[in-house]
Design a protein around this ligand. Structure first.
Ligand code: NAD
Length: 462
């Protein structure tokens, strides 16, 4: 019989660990869930009395309000939570490059050093294939007598912005284990946790390495679709075809389907690029250079799309943006999140500043301090004072667009679609250029108002 899980610990209180384990706590009131992190400020925010949580995610505060203090706890006492849990999720960050698993390694050592009883250790972080093997070696070399560790892979497929919805009704929950009696028992124990709200036919159990690879593969395939449609958008601009019409037409094919076929200024976020690069390194270490080159091209196409977009802005504004003011609407990497990791807006603003433009930026969720930090990181050799002289953070879209030569939509926030565009138009310099990097606005309506609209979809009508 599989052991019943009554106490769970999650190492890492970030975009994945926080929402995932908060939902487990909500759906499993009989399980004590403790989410731990070394970052005290983050834990303080999770515990804040007014629910000012460290991440913005629709529906998240409601989940935390219901479960926090009942069976959901946030703490910096990592060791205590490890010691008392039967099942431990490792949900730490795994940055790009081969050294990306160093935090997973550190957390694993911590588990081995602290645990005095047997544990199920679950990789929740996205990791290169066969990371579980390294974890096993570390655990076995450092563990105390009579402690056994079963390692599972349980990658997370939530998307930021829809995390709670994705966790409530996942397309699937994937659990990978070794095909030994102990591995299968551990897998059953975790399946039982999810079975509290996920239909059994959506809980897929596979081998460990298949599970690890499936997460990288899923992200690579999603990013590949975006790069494919973006590559087609470049052809549209040269030929007069309309990328929205092309996407609509091909999406009707049931083998292709309509999702993830929106041309844009490119994908961002902390996952797509790093996970594809992980696949590239994996291919290289398997001596498969052609496979590595294939996946690398998906990332290169994304970089190309961002460069192409910036160049289009400069070309359209009569080949120079020096001294011109540009409003960038949106700084988060996508709508409904405050996450700015690898956001396209950062690259665009960096490009505009290097061409000596002045930039006004507005995002409804991203903290000002985060914007300054990201812009400084993007241009480490430029003093922050200099950046601040050329960038203004506005407190509304209207304020950001006042007196500018061009507007760039970098994030698909719904509220940008519903702006008072007639009013905005009046306050802008003319011609009023609008570069829709997310194909968000009603092109026909805005063109009628007088905007010169430049977005990949309407190239044909220019
Ligand atoms: P994050 O940076 O938001 O959170 C990770 C947290 O782990 C940080 O707060 C960090 O302080 C903490 N941490 C690191 N080492 C620790 C240790 N030894 N002990 C305690 N805390 C420690 O990262 P994230 O976005 O939540 O991503 C986590 C993992 O999930 C990554 O592997 C990522 O690829 C994967 N993933 C992310 C998403 C997403 O949309 N963000 C989706 C699916 C999977």
């Amino acid at each position: 019989m599989s052991p019943k899980v009554t106490k769970i610990c999650c190492i890492g209180a970030g975009y994945v660990g926080g929402p995932t384990c908060a939902v487990i706590a909500l759906k499993c009131p009989h399980i004590k869930v403790t989410i731990v992190d070394l970052n005290k400020a983050r834990i303080d925010a999770w515990n804040s009395p007014d629910f000012k949580l460290p991440i913005y995610e629709p529906g998240l505060d409601e989940v935390v309000r219901q479960a926090r203090g009942r069976n959901l706890f946030f703490s910096t006492d990592v060791d205590k939570a490890i010691e008392e849990a039967e099942l431990i999720f490792v949900s730490v960050n795994t940055p790009t490059k081969k050294s990306g698993v160093r935090y997973v390694e550190r957390a694993t050592r911590n588990i081995a050093n602290i645990a005095t009883s047997s544990k199920i250790v679950v990789e929740k972080s996205t990791v290169p294939c066969r990371t579980a093997e390294s974890m096993r070696t570390i655990l076995e070399a450092n563990s105390k007598p009579n402690c056994r560790f079963d390692i599972l892979s349980n990658p997370e497929f939530l998307a930021e912005g829809t995390a709670i919805q994705d966790l409530f009704k996942p397309d699937r929950v994937l659990i990978g284990s070794l095909q030994t009696p102990e591995g299968i028992r551990a897998c059953e124990a975790l399946s039982e946790v999810y079975a509290n709200w996920v239909p059994k036919d959506r809980i897929l159990t596979v081998g460990l390495w298949s599970s690890e690879l499936s997460k990288l593969a899923a992200n690579a395939m999603l990013a590949q679709r975006i790069s494919s449609i973006n590559a087609l958008s470049a052809i549209c601009e040269s030929t007069g075809a309309n990328i929205d019409e092309v996407a609509h037409a091909i999406g009707y094919d049931t083998r292709i389907g309509p999702k993830f076929l929106k041309a844009s200024v490119g994908f961002g976020g902390s996952c797509f690029q790093k996970d594809i690069l992980n696949l590239v390194y994996l291919s290289e270490s398997c001596h498969l250079p052609e496979v590595a080159a294939y996946w690398r091209q998906v990332v290169e196409m994304n970089e190309y799309q961002k460069r192409r977009f910036s160049k289009r802005v400069v070309d359209t504004l009569f080949n120079t943006i020096t001294g011109k003011r540009i409003a960038v609407l949106g700084f988060a990497f996508k709508a409904d999140t405050g996450d700015t990791r690898e956001s396209a807006a950062i690259t665009l603003i960096k490009d505009f500043l290097s061409e000596r433009a002045l930039v006004n930026v507005f995002d409804p969720q991203v903290e000002h301090s985060q914007i300054w930090m990201d812009l400084q990181e993007a241009s480490p050799l430029v003093p922050l004072d200099h950046i601040k002289k050329h960038v203004t953070i506005a407190s509304s879209a209207l304020e950001a667009c006042k007196g500018v030569d061009a507007i760039v939509i970098a994030t698909e926030w719904k509220e940008f679609k519903e702006l008072d565009w007639e009013q905005l138009y009046k306050t802008m310099n003319k011609p009023a250029f609008l570069f829709d990097g997310r194909l968000l606005v009603d092109a026909q309506k805005l063109t009628q108002i007088g905007f010169k609209l430049i977005g990949t979809a309407i190239a044909a009508s220019l």
